[in-house]
Write a protein that binds this ligand. Structure first.
Ligand code: HEC
Length: 293
């Protein structure tokens, strides 16, 4: 009941958020229906931005009553329920702190897992547990991995639950194992690798302070403070579209913006990028699943 009200209020607020901002920027109201695709827009230097200020206000209000909690709850149910071909729960899933330990695990991933001799990020590890413990097929999970109007994939809710269990904790991504250091190095290379029709790299859009595309401020993910944007607020309830997304979705969408081929769902490439960005943000406090514009 509580969430019915919240979601309604959220929709109203997000609509209210668009109108005054467009007006504040002196844009004709019709223009918001005919936006150019954002990847076609050149990145520009930031000016104080009323849209961002508006959004931040809404976000603060809403974070007290965050719709992401709904997905945390659903994820918790999915975690404890016996499911899949093997009719098992995920309660024995080892997220790096031992089988069944969820608390604090999210802020310590990506990390090395000896049983697979690989570095895995949270969602990748959860998918791995769904495969090994419950008998789900990774290929099936990869078919529709992102939220849509019709459904929220189980790994999204599960990742949101796991992330919520690290709320208020400091990022402490380990770099002891050689494979963890390799993931960081490879991630850094991918981040700076320029290619594609526009010769873009991640760094083209996220490599300096104060860049923006249209109204969207682009965090400098290569800086210590900016890198936290790759973790903070993710998984996030996205006001545009009203869907719950994890950082896997964000990465996929940025590869699209970069006009790169779509990366594989929970692939090593994504783990490497997440390792690079999360290690850069080590020591900062994770506030839990959030709200994104
Ligand atoms: C063409 C420009 C462009 C490129 C290239 C690009 N991104 Fe993005 N990125 C964006 C935009 C736009 C957003 C959304 C910002 C918003 O919604 O406020 C974004 C958001 C993000 C976020 C979330 C930040 C937050 O505050 O939540 C992360 C993390 C990210 N990008 C990482 C990457 C990585 C890694 C790459 C390279 C694989 C990449 N991006 C390539 C434009 C780009």
């Amino acid at each position: 009941m509580k969430y019915t009200i919240t979601l309604g209020a959220l929709a109203a607020l997000s609509l209210a958020g668009i109108a005054p901002s467009a007006a504040a920027q002196g844009k004709p109201a019709a223009e918001k229906h005919h936006m150019k695709p954002m990847h076609a827009m050149p990145a520009m230097k930031a000016a104080p931005d009323p849209t961002t200020a508006d959004f931040e206000k809404f976000r603060e209000v809403l974070e007290d009553d965050n719709p992401a909690e709904l997905f945390e709850q659903k994820g918790k149910e999915l975690w404890t329920m016996k499911r899949g071909p093997k009719n098992a729960s995920l309660e024995q899933c080892d997220l790096g702190l031992g089988p069944g330990v969820v608390k604090g695990a999210y802020v310590k991933m990506p990390r090395y897992f000896a049983d697979v001799d690989q570095v895995m990020d949270a969602e990748r590890r959860i998918v791995y547990c769904m495969e090994t413990l419950q008998g789900f097929k990774a290929a099936d999970l990869a078919k529709k991995p992102f939220s849509s109007d019709s459904s929220t994939p189980d790994p999204v809710s599960l990742t949101t639950y796991v992330a919520g269990q690290s709320r208020g904790m400091k990022l402490a991504i380990p770099q002891k194992n050689p494979k963890e250091r390799e993931a960081f190095e490879v991630g850094r290379e991918i981040f700076h690798y320029r290619a594609g029709p526009y010769d873009f790299s991640c760094a083209t859009c996220h490599g300096e302070d104060g860049k923006r595309i249209r109204t969207q401020v682009l965090p400098n993910l290569s800086s210590k403070s900016g890198a936290m944007a790759a973790t903070q607020g993710w998984p996030g309830y996205r006001m545009t579209g009203g869907l719950m997304h994890t950082i896997q979705w964000r990465m996929n969408d940025c590869f699209r913006q970069q006009r790169f081929p779509e990366p594989g769902y929970v692939s090593q490439t994504i783990t490497d990028l997440l390792t690079y960005m999360a290690v850069n943000a080590n020591g900062q406090v994770y506030k839990g699943p959030g709200i994104k514009r």
